[in-house]
Structure formats: structure tokens, C-alpha cells
Design a protein around this ligand. Structure first.
Ligand code: AMP
Length: 249
């Protein structure tokens, strides 16, 4: 079975994000970029399935600018076998990404697609669900555990108040949650080996996908800063403030 893992190049999770002065978007110039953390988890899970003998080939795909190649190389260094860069210079919305991925799925015929549950830049949490709808495939979102059993897939999901386990028929779509696994670091020899792994370059048109934006960003703004705290002199004063200022008692 082939497995497809879509990965997005996003602002590094450790960077303090700044909004452009005109409020049109987040500043990306000279900002450190990295693989979306949930996609690292998805790549790790695919590698573990391959190590367990359940998967023959792991294909990673990214829809983005030329630099997204570096992100694909990182996934190849972790252990993916082959990469596809679908080159687009503008930001592509989740529906556009899902349409391209549908084309990639039709061309590559994977038995399983593992995505991240959300990209940490736009926090959309939509692509996996949209891809599942476009393909008519079963989906297991927010997976904290997956197990392949022949042609079935058991997906354990974190839901309010506990864990839910679904049995899906494959081919299927899974989106990875934080607790699915702890992704590995790529070793230096594997980083070197990854340079020789195949990486194809395509365009959305190669997959017949229309990635025109349908949404308009009205405004982007930084969250307002937290107000300074106050020190109270007595419990009575604290209770008074909680009652009369905060209104929580
Ligand atoms: P989102 O719906 O934007 O929150 O993204 C959910 C998941 O879809 C991500 O974790 C990725 O696995 C995948 N994804 C989103 N955008 C892209 C992209 N441009 N290229 C490849 N995969 C993507």
C-alpha cells in the first residue's frame, strides 16, 4: 500500500508572528519557516506504518512556493520515499489544496492519506475533511492512535470527555492530532541520503485543479496585550474585586 502525506510549509512554531503594518497579512519576509508540526506527526506515523510492514511507499506532497522543496527534503530525510512539489506562489486556500490533493490521489492511488489536523498559520482545520468529501472516502479526524487491520483501519480520536474508536474502510483519510506520536529528528546520514531521493515538480494545472482564491481577508490584527495585574492587600479586597469588578462571584 502507498501512503500520501500532504505537508505545508508554515512560519516556524517558535517564531513570534508579526502582522504587516497595513494589516493585510502576517509578515513572512525573512521569517524562519518550517514543516507544520502536525504534518511532522503525520510523516512520523507513515514511517512507523512502513517500519511495521503495513506500507510499501511514502509519498510526501506540498503545495507552495519553490522553497517548500526544503520542507519536502526534511520529510524525505525523516524517512519518506518520494516527494512532489506542486508549485504555486500565492497562498492556496484549503479548498484549493484539497482539489490539488484529489488530483494527486487519483494519479498516485494511495490506500491512505494522513494529513495534519490543522496548519498552524491559518488554523483552518478544513483540508482533510474537504478532501474526504471530494473523494467520497471515509475519514478519521484528530487521530491519537491508528492501527491497520487488513483492509480496515482503526482510528482512535480524542473527543470531549474521552476517546472514540472508529473502524474505517480503506482507502481513507486520517488527520493527525498532537498525541499520535513524537516525530523523530532526521540524522545527518539520512539528510545526505534525502538529497538523492526523487522530488517531482508539478503545477495545479497538471492535476486539473482550480486554486483561485474564494475568500477575501478583511483584516489581520495582533491580539491585544494582556492588562497588567494588581496586587491586593487582603482577602476581603480580593473578594470585593472578584464580586464588583470582575463580576465572577
Ligand atoms: P488546514 O486545513 O489548512 O488547517 O490544513 C490541514 C492539513 O492539510 C495540514 O496539516 C496539511 O497536512 C494539509 N495542507 C494544508 N495546506 C497544505 C499545502 N499547501 N500543501 C500541502 N498540504 C497542506
Amino acid at each position: 500500500m502507498k501512503i500520501l502525506v500532504p505537508i505545508k510549509r508554515v512560519v516556524d512554531a517558535n517564531v513570534k508572528v508579526r502582522v504587516k503594518p497595513d494589516g493585510s497579512a502576517v509578515e513572512l519576509t525573512n521569517v524562519k519557516m518550517a514543516m507544520n508540526p502536525f504534518d511532522e506527526i503525520a510523516v512520523e506515523e507513515a514511517i512507523r506504518l512502513k517500519e511495521a510492514g503495513k506500507v510499501d511507499e511514502i509519498i510526501v506532497v506540498s503545495i507552495g512556493p519553490q522553497q517548500a522543496q526544503e520542507t519536502l527534503r526534511t520529510a524525505l530525510a525523516m524517512g519518506a520515499d518520494r516527494g512532489i512539489l506542486v508549485k504555486v506562489d500565492e497562498q492556496v486556500e484549503p479548498l484549493g489544496v484539497a482539489k490539488v490533493l484529489k488530483g494527486v490521489v487519483e494519479a498516485e492511488q494511495p490506500g491512505l492519506v494522513i494529513l495534519g489536523k490543522q496548519a498552524i498559520d491559518d488554523d483552518a482545520n478544513q483540508t482533510g475533511q474537504m478532501l474526504s468529501a471530494l473523494l467520497g472516502w471515509s475519514q478519521g479526524t484528530f487521530a491519537s492512535k491508528i492501527a491497520v487491520e487488513g483492509k480496515k483501519l482503526n482510528v482512535t480520536r480524542e473527543v470531549d470527555g474521552g476517546l472514540q474508536t472508529l473502524k474505517l474502510s480503506m482507502p481513507a483519510i486520517v488527520t493527525a492530532d498532537l498525541r499520535l506520536n513524537q516525530p523523530r529528528y532526521a540524522s545527518l546520514p539520512n539528510i545526505m541520503k534525502a538529497k538523492k531521493k526523487p522530488l517531482d515538480e508539478k503545477t495545479p494545472a497538471d492535476y486539473g485543479a482550480d486554486v483561485k482564491p474564494r475568500l477575501k481577508i478583511v483584516k489581520t490584527e495582533e491580539p491585544s496585550g494582556r492588562k497588567a495585574g494588581v496586587k491586593v492587600k487582603s482577602v476581603a479586597e480580593l473578594i470585593d474585586k472578584l464580586k464588583n469588578e470582575a463580576g465572577v462571584l
